[in-house]
Design a protein around this ligand. Structure first.
Ligand SMILES: Nc1ncnc2c1ncn2[C@@H]1O[C@H](COP(=O)(O)OP(=O)(O)OP(=O)(O)O)[C@@H](O)[C@H]1O
Ligand SMILES: [Mg+2]
Length: 411
């Protein structure tokens, strides 16, 4: 495994880090005072060539396609198209991964040297190295080997979010500016999401799945997804509290359109988890059948679709309202967390993992809201909240539909 053997960065207070694709991170004072222009992280000598390749690749610009153009060009799913997509990925993925590596290496020493964060850095470097060393794809046989490697990279990257959540909860005290953490995690998590969508789409192009073009579902039904995720979250809630409120779905429940389900899976589960937890905790003394239901309303139009999740969980207290969008802010105490409780991050973007709860210790790290908002914005939408203290909370998730319109999100 790659290892950092010398690192002369010093940690210190920081205002903000501008993540760009330049060779050196553009860092504003007082960060700049402690990190020289050329990053001083060095890798083990036999990997210096990879480090140089990373730095060189990180100077290149990433090229993002609209979801509509990815979908449209994939409809033919001929071997020629698949080969073309593989060549695009072979060039594109190292660029995106290199940007993230450079951003990670530019974090304060105490952060990047945290065992858990460092593990993520190593995973990214290993992924970069494998992609970088892959021979130029020329034939469909090369593409098949490349797809196997993509599948493997997807599997290996499954725990990245859990690791980042854990790592940052351990060492966020070394970064004083909340904006720095938020910018770094928003960019890293949405870049990972896009990479996984691209890879999953490529791998899925070969699978002849009914009503699908790669990862796009042609008859996607938001109401069905909400019902499925509602059932899943109720099980998690029952397991933790011994009771769970009903989840009622209303509005345009028969609406179907083309969409990519996986990022929405994640967001819905997180929002439902919050709503169900608040409901049970606020009405704890009532019996199972006395819990007020969580109501989810779907509204669909030609431009976007909106999902409102309304609970009667008592609302969000004034004193924490400002902090709920911060990464790692949670009112769950470590004692509340049960070992081996449910993680929904592990299975993110992986069809084999997203159907049911996986068991890692990820829960209550305070990633649910900020990460869901970052994903919603990446998808060209928004996540907002209205809370009525003493009564309950309404969460509005607004997402763009995939249309010819230039406004559709870019992957
Ligand atoms: N619907 C809600 N009603 C009341 N409080 C809420 C609601 N949604 C979020 N909160 C508050 O906001 C905090 C942050 O939410 P967030 O989802 O980011 O983290 P978490 O639920 O504590 O942990 P995680 O989502 O990582 O399991 C919660 O701990 C909770 O106190
Ligand atoms: Mg949550």
């Amino acid at each position: 495994m790659l290892n950092i053997i010398s690192c002369s960065l010093r940690s210190g207070g920081c205002k903000s880090v501008a993540f760009n694709s330049q060779r050196n991170l553009s860092i504003s004072a007082p960060y700049g005072a402690v990190i020289s222009e050329k990053r001083q992280l060095t890798l083990r000598s036999n990997n210096t060539s990879i480090q140089s390749a990373i730095e060189k690749t990180a100077t290149e610009k990433s090229s993002r396609w609209t979801a509509y153009s990815v979908l449209n060009s994939s409809k033919a799913s001929s071997e020629r198209h698949i080969l073309g997509r593989a060549k695009y990925l072979q060039k594109e993925l190292p660029v995106r991964i290199a940007h993230r590596i450079v951003a990670m290496q530019g974090l304060p020493y105490n952060v990047v040297n945290n065992q858990t964060i460092f593990k993520v850095l190593e995973m990214y470097i290993t992924a970069f190295e494998r992609l970088y060393k892959f021979k130029p794809i020329k034939t469909i046989e090369d593409e098949q080997v490349f797809s196997v490697m993509l599948r493997d990279l997807l599997d290996q990257g499954r725990e990245v979010v859990s690791l980042l959540a854990e790592g940052f909860s351990e060492c966020r005290k070394y970064i004083l500016a909340e904006d720095t953490i938020c910018q770094f995690l928003d960019r890293t998590l949405t870049s990972r999401l896009a990479i996984r969508i691209l890879c999953e789409h490529h791998v899925a192009l070969r699978q002849d799945k009914l009503n699908h073009v790669g990862i796009f579902k042609l008859n996607f039904s938001p109401a069905k997804l909400i019902r499925d995720k509602g059932e899943l979250v109720r099980k998690i809630c029952d397991d933790k509290f011994g009771m769970s409120p009903q989840v009622v779905v209303e509005g345009h429940i028969d609406s179907e359109f083309v969409y990519v389900a996986p990022p929405l899976d994640y967001i819905l589960v997180e929002l439902l988890k919050n709503a169900l937890r608040a409901t049970v905790e606020f009405h704890m003394e009532k019996g199972h059948d006395q819990l007020p239901p969580v109501r989810v309303t779907v509204s669909v139009n030609n431009t976007d679709f909106i999902i409102r999740i309304s609970d009667h969980g008592g609302g969000i207290p004034h004193k924490i309202c400002k902090r709920i969008w911060e990464y790692n802010f949670s009112t769950e105490t470590p004692q509340d967390r049960r070992p081996q409780t449910v993680s929904l991050f592990g299975g993110m973007m992986d069809p084999r993992g997203s159907g049911g709860p996986s068991s890692t210790k990820m829960h209550g790290y305070g990633f649910g809201l900020p990460m869901s908002r970052a994903y919603a914005e990446f998808l060209g939408g928004s996540l907002t909240m209205e809370t009525m203290q003493g009564l309950g909370t309404d969460v509005y998730l607004r997402l763009k539909r995939i249309t010819e319109d230039d406004e559709s999100f870019r992957i």
